[in-house]
Design a protein around this ligand. Structure first.
Ligand SMILES: C[S@@+](CC[C@H](N)C(=O)[O-])C[C@H]1O[C@@H](n2cnc3c(N)ncnc32)[C@H](O)[C@@H]1O
Length: 264
């Protein structure tokens, strides 16, 4: 089991927002959940509590920080997403981004002719996403939802489901629920793309599965083998590779997985 790293001052990051492990913002029991899996709270209670905490944390980030200071908030879509269209791997269809933040890439796909929807746990993020879409005259949908919750009320199925830097917010004990939800959202002939931080990244302390970022989020870093075993039961891999993704404060190593449901 990985360990949490303390505050890390990383060049370029504004340190305007932080949680102390063991404080009321991030109780010690949150940390202990990783080593006492199954002890104390039931799985759904743990999920509810963690969901509540990430929602609160993200609402504070989107509500208090200037959009330019939010490390991941980059208006121009990453080359990897643009290349899907340029290389004809993806053409206009029904698409959904899980953990869409302020909806930059949802707006991009809409402009490119896709029927695009974005989902985020943070009401603040979705409020901003809706305003930005309205301001730019783009037609797209935004929904507030926890991708680890009961998404059965979302009856739609999508040709393409993707997450851009969401999966590293989903801890191992919650990933089965996440896979279940994705499986329900993807059409039988559809695809799912995940791009999340790799253990090979040198950021946020440079080592460890769990790393704390300068703005207080705790992320779980992965590797290709782990992603293969996570998705392998229900999905075929079209592509699984390590990629470099450009962040505001440098290049991150990430794991890229493009998969199809096994029953497809
Ligand atoms: C690193 S940000 C990436 C946002 C967006 N994909 C982008 O690249 O601009 C991760 C996003 O996932 C959202 N998120 C985290 N956990 C979530 C959950 N359980 N359900 C839905 N959204 C979640 C956060 O609120 C945040 O907006």
């Amino acid at each position: 089991m990985g360990s949490f790293h303390g505050e890390i001052a990383e060049a370029g990051y504004p340190k305007i927002y932080s949680f102390k492990i063991g404080s009321k913002d991030r109780p010690t029991s949150f940390v202990q959940d990783h080593s006492r899996r199954g002890g104390g709270l039931g799985a759904s209670n743990r999920l509810f509590r963690r969901g509540y905490m990430i929602k609160d944390q993200m609402n504070k980030i989107y509500g208090n920080m200037d959009l330019d200071d939010i490390p991941w908030n980059i208006e121009t879509p990453p080359a990897i997403l643009q290349d899907l269209i340029k290389s004809n791997k993806l053409s206009p269809c029904k698409i959904i981004e899980l953990g869409c933040g302020t909806g930059n890439y949802v707006r991009y796909f809409s402009k490119m002719g896709f029927d695009a929807t974005g989902v985020d746990i943070s009401e603040k993020a979705i409020e901003i996403a809706k305003k930005l879409a309205q301001k730019s005259g783009v037609q797209c949908k935004f929904i507030v939802a926890d991708v680890l919750g009961n998404m059965s009320s979302m009856k739609c199925k999508y040709d393409f489901v993707y997450d851009w830097e969401l999966l590293h917010h989903v801890f191992p004990e919650d990933r089965n629920k996440y896979i279940e939800n994705i499986y329900r959202l993807v059409k039988t002939q559809g695809r799912y793309l995940s791009v999340s931080f790799s253990e090979a990244s040198t950021q946020f302390g440079g080592v460890g599965k769990y790393r704390k970022t300068p703005i207080g989020t705790v992320l779980y870093f992965t590797n290709e083998a782990e992603i293969e075993s996570l998705f392998g039961r229900f999905f075929y891999f079209e592509e699984l590779k390590s990629v470099d993704i450009k962040g505001k404060h440098g290049v991150h190593k990430a794991v890229y997985a493009l998969v199809r449901p096994k029953n497809g």
